[in-house]
Design a protein around this ligand. Structure first.
Ligand code: GTP
Ligand code: MN
Ligand code: MN
Length: 642
């Protein structure tokens, strides 16, 4: 009895097991848990099964404690207000540790601060960890979450195990990943990604807990050991820092695994051909577009920096007839070439963790319908009748409605200040999305016809252009920039580089990452066409030149026609092909300043390319593949001839 209901660890002795059968877990898992129980000293161990009953039990407790508020207007929906000091990802406190520094970061110019990842040496990391983790879960329960990124047992899927002392994290992981006892069976003696998370607030607490949200913002550290496939996140409960399956695993660690698997295969066949058999883990949405006339369906991936429209595009409700649009994923794609050389993508996640502000029945009806039940809302406002509210819902809520802001203040529409935090989020099961694709859980993924890069570019950058080649496309991706948004700690309207929309999520040296992308173009791989879009260009008054949202289907229509090889619809410019006006679906669009939307100002672009080159020289230095320099030189030459 004693043994079954306790786990005995060397330093702290027996720790009660509140749920689950520890002794039936795979040996490697038992060792992993025991090690961290001994370090973190939790009051109890709770082995999760991802069931509805489990979520219900936790929710019930959290409502009682005041951590969650039920949103009575919907079914099984809850609001969580965090400590206002813990509301976004913290890039400045995100680290990657490898023996060799340049495995992680590129050769940054002397005196320049690198922005493509932060490296920490293993001994330094060890020291930081020893300063944080011993005893960090005292008085709290340690939850053990077995999860799969991608369908359980799928050929591209990967397994992780997260230890956490946050029940909010457990609830969100149950939505965002596949948590199930089946994971133990699939795993067997296999390896898994080790995820350790603590809010860094042991009991008795020494720090004032705000909003029943324990955290330790001063001591936040999100650390990765790619070689060990290990993630350690301390001090924050906010999703981007604490749902470790997402950015930490599915992007940073997975991109390293993806590269390594290529090298492994390359090694085996090295004497025959040097072909990169690796895959890609990218900050991309995946969507399917079925042509209603021909019945033919094409899938595309799109990489935009955070808060630049992935979720909105993935769930797009077309403003004009012609296509049935369905979502496969809204944030992360794992891409791999199959034996026939077709690029296939899976969505490793099981839910949407989307930006709430701006979402309404006009801009994104599919998102609105997705989170009417079984969803968690973080840092949004609450209406007096038990509904959610955020900026952008003005026309969907009674003007006189009493609202409680995310900061717990009474507020009404039209009053100064914001009701919801700009980075407030909804967490909802993907399966509830009305236009979820029937193949969204297909283990081998869907075939990809186009890759689209984009960002928030108020000036200079046309609505859409098609790049000239895979290599040119990769160089365009390497130069992605965007106006800063609320998803990270940056403030103000600054145009920032966000290469491949991966700046905050790079798992290894960005120069090597570019080389990996370039190396994928080899027989029999059929590489998709690469495009660039910009929904955010404005006129002199600062008004958007393009209506965006549902009207983005018109851009995708042109993209797909180009993929199908349709001629006579494109015009060559120095930066790529742009649509010919007469070929573009403009039905019912009203006034459109086409020329302004598509102009390519020569001096703007010459400046832009000079600036991009400086960025790459400063940030990536000798690690930039020569092909990228050649592409930029050629683009500059084309621009000079304009
Ligand atoms: P992450 O989930 O943080 O990676 O961001 P995301 O890329 O999914 O961004 P999301 O779709 O949530 O969009 C963020 C913001 O961009 C919201 O405020 C949207 O209203 C706005 N937005 C999205 N699409 C468009 C568009 O086509 N036009 C305009 N003007 N705004 C858009
Ligand atoms: Mn994202
Ligand atoms: Mn999103």
């Amino acid at each position: 009895y004693y043994e079954v209901h306790n786990i005995v660890v060397p330093h702290i002795g027996p720790v009660p097991i509140a749920k689950g059968d520890f002794h039936k877990l795979p040996q490697k898992v038992q060792k992993f848990i025991a090690k961290w129980v001994d370090i973190c000293a939790p009051r109890a161990l709770y082995i999760c099964d991802g069931s509805k009953a489990e979520s219900d039990e936790i929710i019930h407790k959290l409502v009682e404690r005041g951590v969650l508020t039920e949103l009575k207007k919907y079914e099984n929906c809850f609001l969580c207000r965090t400590d206002p000091a813990d509301v976004a990802r913290v890039e400045a406190k995100t680290w990657i540790s490898t023996e060799e520094k340049y495995d992680t970061v590129p050769h940054v110019r002397e005196g320049v601060k690198g922005i493509l990842g932060q490296w920490i040496s293993p001994p330094e990391m060890e020291k930081e960890m020893n300063d944080r983790y011993p005893g960090c879960m005292k008085g709290r329960t340690m939850f053990v979450i077995p999860f799969s990124m991608g369908p359980i047992g799928g050929p591209i899927s990967k397994i992780g195990i997260q230890l956490t002392d946050s029940n909010y994290v457990l609830l969100c992981m149950n939505i965002m990943t596949r948590v199930s006892p089946k994971v133990w069976e699939t795993l067997g003696d296999g390896d898994f990604v080790k995820c350790i998370h603590s809010v860094g607030c042991p009991r008795p607490v020494t720090r004032k807990v705000v909003n029943h949200w324990p955290c330790n913002p001063e001591r936040i550290m999100i650390a990765h050991r790619p070689t060990e496939r290990e993630i350690m996140s301390y001090g924050s409960g906010y999703g981007g820092n604490s749902l470790l399956g997402k950015k930490c695993f599915a992007l940073r660690i997975a991109s390293v695994i993806a590269r390594d698997e290529g090298w492994l295969a390359e090694h085996i066949i090295a004497s025959v051909i040097a072909r990169d058999e690796g895959w890609l883990a990218e900050h991309m949405l995946i969507m399917g577009l079925k042509n209603d006339k021909t019945g033919e369906e094409k899938f595309i991936c799109a990489a935009f920096p955070s808060a630049c429209g992935k979720t909105n595009l993935a769930m797009l409700q077309p403003s004009v007839p012609g296509y049935t649009v369905r979502v496969v994923g809204d944030d992360i794609a794992w891409l791999k070439f199959d034996k026939e050389g077709t690029l296939r993508a899976i969505n490793p996640e099981a839910g949407f963790f989307g930006v709430a502000p701006g979402t309404n029945f006009k801009t994104n009806p599919n998102a609105m319908k997705t989170f009417q039940k079984n969803s968690i809302f973080t840092n949004v406002a609450e209406t007096a009748d038990g509904g959610f509210y955020w900026e952008g819902m003005e026309d969907e809520v009674d003007k006189n409605m009493m609202i409680t802001t995310w900061l717990n203040k009474k507020w009404q529409i039209g009053a100064p200040g914001k009701a919801a935090h700009p980075n407030s989020r909804f967490t909802a099961p993907a399966s509830q999305c009305p236009n979820i694709h029937p193949d969204w859980e297909k283990p081998e993924g869907v075939p990809i016809s186009a890759i689209i890069f984009g960002g928030r570019r108020p000036t200079g950058v046309p609505l859409v252009f098609e790049t000239f080649s895979w290599q040119h496309g990769v160089s365009v991706g390497a130069c992605v920039k965007s106006e800063a948004t609320a998803a990270a700690e940056f403030k103000g309207k600054m145009i920032m580089h966000d290469p491949m929309a991966m700046r905050p999520f790079m798992g290894y040296n960005f120069g090597n990452y570019l080389k990996h992308w370039l190396d994928l173009e080899a027989k029999p791989h059929k590489v998709p066409k690469i495009f660039h879009v910009n929904w955010f260009r404005v006129d002199e008054e600062g008004e958007f030149l393009w209506p965006g949202f549902g009207d983005n289907i018109r851009v995708l229509d042109w993209v797909l026609r180009r993929c199908a090889g349709e001629e006579g619809i494109a015009e060559k410019t120095p930066v790529g092909y742009i649509p010919k006006k007469e070929s573009f679906n403009l039905t019912n669009l009203g006034d459109l300043k086409w020329d302004e939307l598509f102009s390519i100002p020569k001096y703007y672009w010459l400046d832009d390319i000079r600036e991009s080159k400086r960025f790459l020289e400063d940030q990536v230095g000798t690690d930039v593949p020569q092909v990228i320099w050649d592409e930029l030189d050629e683009q500059e030459k084309r621009l000079r001839e304009l």
